[in-house]
Design a protein around this ligand. Structure first.
Ligand SMILES: Cc1cc2nc3c(=O)[nH]c(=O)nc-3n(C[C@H](O)[C@H](O)[C@H](O)COP(=O)(O)O)c2cc1C
Length: 274
C-alpha cells in the first residue's frame, strides 16, 4: 500500500504529508479494529522475534523512532502499521512551536531527510492527558524527553526531572534526549557531570528503565566512553543514534538541521558496532 501512495505523498510538502498520515493514524484511536482490519497483515510476531528487555515484552524488534509521533496521537495506529513498539516525543515541559517553516526537507535520490524541527510539541500538560486517555497501550511505549528552548542549560536538569516524575507511570522506558542538533546548546549536555547528575536524580524518581540517546557526531571511542559512563550512573541502555550534522554526507545539504536516513546509516552503525 505504501508504494502506491508514496508518489502522492511525495508531491506534498513533507510536513503536510505527515499531517495527513497523522489524521489517518489518529482514527485508530477512535475505532482501533478498523485500521487493524485495513492493515491486517502488517503486524508480525513470532517467538523468534519476541524479546523481553528490562521487564517488557517486545513482540517484534522493529520500532518507530522518536519524532514521528511527537504528541502521542498515533500509538494505536503505529501498531496497525506493524511496529512492535513506539517512542513518542521528544516532548518538553512547556508546549512549543519549534523552528520556523520550512524545516523538513527530503533528499529523495539519497533516500534521506534533513530536519530542523526544534522539538515542536504540545507540551507536558496536554500530552499527559492524552496518555491517560489511551493507557494501557497496545504496544510498548518509550517516552522521549527534552528541555524547552527557553530553559537555560543550568536549569535543564529541572526540565528532565519534571518530565520523568510526571510521565514515568505511562512509559515502558524513558529516553533522555540530549543529542538533537536543533535546540541550541542541547548537545553540550552530553558531558559526564550532567549525565551523572541526571541519572542519579532520575533513579530516585522512578524504577522505570531510562535510556540515553546519543549523537553520531563523535568518534566510536568517544561514544563508547560516554555510553559506559551513562550506564555506570544508571542508564539502562543507549539509543544510537540521533541525526547527524555532517553535511558532507549530502550532495546539496540545507544549511540547518540534522540528517537522517540512508546517508546516516554507515556513521550510525560505526557507533552501534564499533
Ligand atoms: C522529522 C524528524 C523528526 C525527528 N524528531 C526527533 C525528536 O523529536 N527526538 C529524537 O530523539 N529524535 C528525533 N528524530 C531522529 C530520529 O528519531 C532518528 O534518531 C534519526 O532519524 C536517525 O534514524 P534514521 O536514519 O533511521 O531515521 C527525528 C527525525 C526526523 C526525520
Amino acid at each position: 500500500m505504501y508504494e502506491t501512495i508514496k508518489p502522492l505523498l511525495f508531491k506534498l510538502e513533507p510536513e503536510n504529508a505527515h499531517r495527513i498520515a497523522e489524521c489517518v493514524l489518529r482514527s485508530a484511536n477512535l475505532f482501533p479494529p478498523l485500521l487493524e482490519w485495513a492493515l491486517h497483515d502488517a503486524f508480525v510476531t513470532h517467538p523468534l522475534l519476541q524479546q523481553k528487555l528490562f521487564g517488557t515484552t517486545f513482540d517484534n524488534p522493529v520500532g518507530l523512532a522518536a519524532g514521528f509521533d511527537k504528541n502521542a496521537t498515533m500509538i494505536a495506529g503505529t501498531k496497525a502499521l506493524g511496529f512492535g513498539y513506539t517512542e513518542i516525543g521528544t516532548l518538553t515541559p512547556i508546549r512549543q512551536a519549534g523552528n520556523p517553516k520550512p524545516r523538513l526537507f527530503r533528499h529523495i535520490d539519497e533516500e534521506s531527510l534533513q530536519n530542523a524541527m526544534g522539538f515542536n510539541n504540545d507540551g507536558l500538560f496536554l500530552i499527559q492527558q492524552r496518555l491517560e486517555a489511551y493507557f494501557p497501550f497496545p504496544i510498548p511505549v518509550g517516552i522521549n524527553i527534552g528541555k524547552n528552548k527557553i530553559t537555560p542549560e543550568n536549569e535543564a536538569l529541572y526540565d528532565y526531572t519534571k518530565l520523568i516524575r510526571e510521565l514515568h507511570g505511562f512509559a515502558d522506558y524513558m529516553v533522555i534526549n540530549i543529542s538533537s542538533p536543533n535546540t541550541p546548546g542541547l548537545r553540550d549536555l552530553q558531558n559526564e557531570s550532567f549525565i551523572a547528575e541526571l541519572f542519579t536524580r532520575a533513579k530516585e524518581l522512578t524504577e522505570k528503565p531510562i535510556l540515553l540517546k546519543i549523537a553520531p557526531d563523535m568518534s566510536p571511542a568517544q561514544a563508547v566512553d560516554l555510553s559506559a559512563m551513562a550506564v555506570e550512573t544508571g542508564a539502562e541502555g543507549i539509543i544510537a543514534t540521533n541525526t547527524t550534522v555532517d553535511y558532507s554526507l549530502l550532495r546539496c545539504p540545507r544549511d540547518a538541521g540534522g540528517i537522517s536516513g540512508k546517508v546516516l546509516q554507515e556513521k550510525s552503525f560505526a557507533i552501534l558496532m564499533p
